[in-house]
Every structure is written in structure tokens, then in C-alpha cells.
Design a protein around this ligand. Sequence first.
Ligand code: 5GP
Length: 183
Amino acid sequence: MKEEKIHLHDKTFKPYIRHERILDAIDGVARELNSDFHGCTDIPVVLCVLNGSIPFTGELLQRIDFPCQLVSIKLSSYQGTQSTGTVLNVMGLTSSVRGRRVIICEDIVDTGNTIVALKEMLLDKEGAAEVRICTLLLKPEVYNKPVKLDYVGMEIPNAFIVGFGLDYNELGRNIRDIYVIDE
Ligand code: 5GP
């Protein structure tokens, strides 16, 4: 791992989680999934939440040993003017998930607004039979939803990170390791 700090736009980030440690966490998640879905007779959907989850989903897929279908979705979320909170715009589900078991692959869960709204939408609007949440990273100090996170790769403190798919204004997604903001 490079020990140097990196600069993206106007901010500086310092080394935080090595690539090898990330892969260990993905190994762990894959073991749990393979155990839970062993012998399944359906074809579960592995749902990649674009763009941040591309590296995570790519590594996870290579470790999954049950038959599965890769589907992607792109979301844009924003705070509504009402107190109901986050509004989700579906910008594309690349294939129908009606009647299917879905494993959402998310890069990071922070407040959980995105993942919880996505789960509800897949069940209520898209007709998924079951939805499980799989996230590489979780900020437990911030997550405040009563919804179970079925598979969690690693818990981290509440700090802004980049790398391994995570961006700062679209920069940093290509970096192998994870870096944390240097304040
Ligand atoms: P939530 O809806 O759980 O509050 O936020 C989830 C989304 O916010 C993630 O999919 C990710 O896009 C973004 N996010 C949350 N924390 C971080 C972070 O530390 N770094 C980056 N780059 N994005 C984050």
C-alpha cells in the first residue's frame, strides 16, 4: 500500500484500509452467502448498485458458487422538500426482478436511507420475492434504521472515505485501497 496521502479535488486523504484487508472482508461475506444459498433451486439475483459497488460486486461474484444472475441498478437519491426524507429515482434496473430473491450489493451503508428505500421499492414496486442486504462497509454509529443488514463485510467509524469504488465528486473510484479524509 502506498503510504502517501492522496489529493482529490480540494481534499486530502490518508491510507486507511489495505486492498488485501478489503478482499478478506469480501471472502467472509461470500462464505456466508455460499452457506445460506447452498443448494438453492432458484436463481437469485445479485444486484449491483451502480457506480460505487462495481469493484465490490465484481470481487464478490468471483467467490459466489451458486447459480446467480447479475443485475444492476442506478439510483439517484435526494432529500425531498417534505419531512418524509429521501426520494429515490430509479434510473434503471437492467432486468426484471419480479418473483426473484434479490441480494443487494452496496458499497457502504451510512444512514441507511438509500438501502432501506431500495429494499422497499424492490419488494413493493418491482415485485421481488425476497430482498437481502449485503454491504461491504457499515458505519454503525450512523445507521439508525430498524432494517436488518443481512451481510456486512466490515464496520468502520463515521468518517468520509474514498477508494475501491467510493468517490469524492466522482474521483477516487479506481483506487485499490481505501483512504480516509485527513482533517
Ligand atoms: P446512506 O443512504 O446510507 O446514508 O448513504 C449511502 C450512500 O452514501 C453510499 O452508497 C455512498 O454512495 C454514499 N456514502 C456514504 N458514506 C460515504 C463515504 O464515507 N464515502 C463515500 N465516498 N460515499 C459515502
